[in-house]
Design a protein around this ligand. Structure first.
Ligand code: SIN
Length: 184
């Protein structure tokens, strides 16, 4: 199939959402279609605090956001959803994330579609920013919140990325630190 861009038919039928973190492996919303996909110009980083899922207001965990990185390709999963699904997603991603419009490349269909990504920028109140990989891994190792341990978030993500064939040195390095520190 030739590469082409967002068709009017898709715009009428639903909205594409690109997941790069927990939205890859924790799919608690209905979708019409999903496809391995990528966005360009962003890299995933464990630089966002989590007060509501993998940590608490007193002891926030560390979860993913995207940071602009020219020429970088971030692999994830795209979902075609009905508009009503955004109420659920906005609630789930409420701790500092905002919706951003991006161009999503669908791998199998070889199509570019317009879609939405949840992005937490440096000016949001839950932003933690960069730290050494070993420190981020220790932070993840000790954090827990209503959605479970921060450790699970990282390990499930790493497994899902491996299944997609993604290369992500940031995530895999953190996974290594976490497993080493746990004596594996
Ligand atoms: C996402 O997965 O796309 C957003 C960040 C997260 O919920 O982990």
């Amino acid at each position: 199939m030739n590469p082409s861009s967002h068709s009017p038919q898709q715009a009428r039928d639903g909205h594409w959402v690109f997941g790069y973190g927990s939205l890859i492996y924790k799919v608690d919303f209905p979708y019409r279609q999903r496809e391995v996909a990528s966005i360009e110009g962003y890299a995933r980083r464990f630089w966002q605090g989590s007060h509501d899922h993998r940590g608490t207001p007193d002891a926030p965990g560390r979860v993913l956001t995207l940071v602009p990185e020219p020429d970088h390709v971030c692999l994830g999963m795209a979902y075609l959803v009905d508009g009503e699904v955004f109420a659920h997603l906005d609630h789930r991603e409420k701790n500092g994330y905002e919706r951003r419009q991006v161009s999503i490349r669908l791998r199998e269909s070889d199509l570019s579609v317009a879609g939405t990504v949840y992005f937490a920028g440096q000016d949001n109140p839950a932003w933690l920013g960069p730290a050494d990989a070993s420190e981020i891994a220790r932070h993840i190792g000790r954090s827990r919140g209503p959605s479970g341990s921060n450790r699970d978030y990282l390990l499930k993500l790493a497994r899902a990325l491996r299944e997609l064939g993604a290369e992500d040195s940031h995530v895999f390095e953190l996974e290594q630190y976490l497993l080493q520190s746990a004596g594996h």
